[in-house]
Design a protein around this ligand. Structure first.
Ligand code: NAD
Length: 354
């Protein structure tokens, strides 16, 4: 059977880790046919668009993609392509497992966490008003008329919408994930005490939906307290169910707990499509040097294999990563080694094929 999978190399270290993941996924030999498409700066140069229609069409056609990170210029008018892609394909659930890997020295050795992040709403939905724009001025007038709210004349505004439907589907996803993967418990993070109508709605809707999952233990915790618990006693936590912004931030905290951004894979899942990508960004500080850690991208490939129903192949890739790390055979500089990206990939690929 042939699996058609779109490969988007991305920006910065993206093409380097994408080549590494491709080497490993080819070695596992499950018949993946790669459809390579651009997004990010390569796409802008080639097609005049950061997210060309041809790339979206290819994902709609193949239904599954794996992508490297894409650079988003900070503080400019550019909208994040990653956010746009998730919204365009309605990839509403981000799944980010962070487990302690063998041979990586850690402050907390028993970490095994999964972040389930709502991926389409919240402060990342993209509803923004620039400081000084006519729209910001109109909004200022509306807010004053609606409730006497005083918005500073020089304020920029980002809106935080959280809907019942958007919450129901991510809560259901998280509880079904916990049940299917025999996880211990779900912890929902929020700040409902302050944001009553967004985080408060998230919490109330989750309480209603959780009734259907009486067999899955769960708790809710204020996000600031949850962050403290996460860094102090991460082994007490298991599946973290989070609105978009908190999910983004705590994913990186989880990455830090298990040895860094180079190790954490991710999946963006919707009803129809799935796009796999590491949690890390394009790392411009090390791009082009061939020293990026490819393990996050390779483990994203293992998640992709599992999504395709190739469970044994996924386990083989994860096992090969564990073996290479535990014997210290090849490590990139972020893990204290001196191997290149491709040396790590070759070590993993040779064990996958063995
Ligand atoms: P980053 O994740 O790119 O880098 C943070 C730090 O982690 C850097 O020091 C970097 O060298 C290191 N790092 C990241 N991945 C690594 C790897 N595989 N191996 C070794 N070290 C690694 O975060 P940033 O610097 O905040 O973001 C850079 C760009 O990436 C920004 O434009 C941002 O918008 C974008 N970004 C994209 C995605 C995505 O495409 N999904 C995600 C996050 C950030």
């Amino acid at each position: 059977m042939v699996h058609k999978v779109v490969l988007i190399p991305g920006d910065g270290i993206g093409p380097e880790v994408a080549e590494a993941a491709r080497l490993v996924l080819d070695a596992v030999d499950v018949g993946i046919e790669w459809i390579e498409r651009d997004a990010g700066s390569a796409a802008l140069e080639e097609h005049g668009s950061l997210l060309p229609d041809a790339t979206l069409e290819a994902i709609r056609d193949c239904r599954t993609a794996i992508k490297g990170p894409i650079t988003t210029p900070v503080g400019t008018g550019f909208r994040s392509i990653n956010v746009a892609l998730r919204q365009e394909l309605d990839l509403f659930a981000a799944v980010r497992p962070a487990r302690a890997l063998p041979g990586v020295p850690l402050r907390h050795p028993a970490v095994d966490l999964v972040v389930i992040r709502e991926n389409t709403e919240d402060l990342y939905q993209g509803i923004e008003f620039e400081r000084g724009s006519p729209e910001a001025a109109a909004l200022r007038g509306e807010l004053e008329a609606l409730g006497g709210f005083q918005l500073a004349a020089d304020a920029g505004v980002t809106v935080k919408p959280i809907s019942v439907a958007g919450t129901r589907r991510i809560v259901r996803f998280a509880f079904e994930y916990a049940r299917a993967n025999r996880r211990r418990k779900v912890t929902l993070g929020h700040k409902a005490s302050v944001m009553r109508y967004s985080d408060g709605l998230f919490l109330r809707t989750a309480r209603e939906s959780a009734v259907e999952f009486a067999d899955v233990p769960w708790e809710d915790v204020q996000i600031d307290h949850l962050t403290a618990r996460l860094v102090m006693r991460p082994a007490d936590l298991d599946v973290l169910l989070l609105p978009n912004l908190y999910g983004d931030i705590l994913s990186d905290v989880c990455a830090g707990l298990v040895g860094g951004l180079g190790l954490i894979p991710g999946a963006n899942i919707g009803w129809e499509y799935a796009v796999f990508e590491p949690v890390h960004g394009s790392a411009p500080d090390i791009a082009g040097q061939g020293i990026a850690n490819p393990i996050a991208m390779i483990l994203s490939g293992a998640m992709l294999l599992r999504h395709l129903g190739r469970m044994e192949a996924a386990t083989r890739v994860e096992g090969a990563v564990d073996q290479v790390l535990s014997v210290g055979e090849a490590r990139t500089p972020d893990l204290g080694g001196s191997s290149t990206t491709m040396q790590v990939a070759e070590a993993i690929a040779s064990r996958v094929a063995a």
